[in-house]
Write a protein that binds this ligand. Sequence first.
Ligand code: FES
Ligand SMILES: [Fe+2]
Length: 364
Amino acid sequence: MNFPVRFARDQWYVAAYGSEIGREPFPRTILGEALMFYRTRSGRPIALADRCVHRRFPLSQSHLDGDNVVCGYHGFTYDPTGACVAVPGQKRIPRTARVPAYPVIEQDSFVWVWIGDVEKADPGRIPRAPWLDQDGWTTVCGMEPLKAPYGLLVDNLLDLSHETYLHGGYIGTPEVAETPIRTEVDDEQEVVYVSRHMEDAACPPFYSESTGIEGRIVRWQDIEYHPPCLYLLHSRVAPTGLLPNQDGTDPGGFHVEVVYAITPETESSTHDFWAVARDFALEDEKVSDFLRESNRTVVLQDVVALDTLALALGIELGIEREGYQELSINIDTGGLAARRIIKAQIARGDGARNEYGADQVVAG
Ligand code: FES
Ligand SMILES: [Fe+2]
């Protein structure tokens, strides 16, 4: 079966925050596949195709019976492996009566799902964001739906010079656009690093209000992008002149880990997960509220810009750029490296599709 290869299917993607999934069926479309999630009684997250094999009723509109899902239309019942264990009106259950089940791993507060070839699903390859779920850090987070292809969000996050223009008054200051970046690519591990170190910069409200620093700052932005899904921005701010100690300790610095998970919903829409973890003012609810509100505002500024861009381009884009011209400069080196890696991931194979069985009638 052919389907568009605009996604790297043999990769782990963030499907949800762990807190979103419980004992109620939960729908979410990932890479164009309608999935439903729930937890077993022991708390294990499960992902099944969200279409009953009988007449394709969404299983997310059904209910749980213990660890099983009972279709809300005619009662086909599925266990956590997707196997049908009961059908109405007959004892015999067709051998092909099953829905696809997808590998799922819960880690660092995220639920990760694997859409591609099940044989290749290696949980050891899931990139880490430990701060989101670790002592010594406090996290605020959210998810905004984006009506733009994921490739536009990759571009957006890899080039933070836009902070100066799109996010002025929140996180943007003139120094962000003025300061050159350093880009490094680890092709073997498939990681893109983009660094911008500002040694004497204005302190934007996002940091002045959360840290209490008055005056100018050292501001380091160190991006670590693990294509396709996980983006980490290691951010350090401190009063100007205050650098980490020789041994790497940094008691005078304020550290913020800004984490994005970029998960395609369809070819033309994206789940934009964002989280902000900090190692200061851990118990301060006011700081949490401020950072949550500020970062959400910033993300929504990006959402508006990218929705506008997608509409203006008028074409569905994955990572490919066809049918129009664009000009890249130094600030785009990270984004271009990211596209190259995602294209290579796509080219390595599109993964086996979880096939539905053919139409069958089986008498009891
Ligand atoms: S559609 Fe699910 S049981 Fe009929
Ligand atoms: Fe932005």
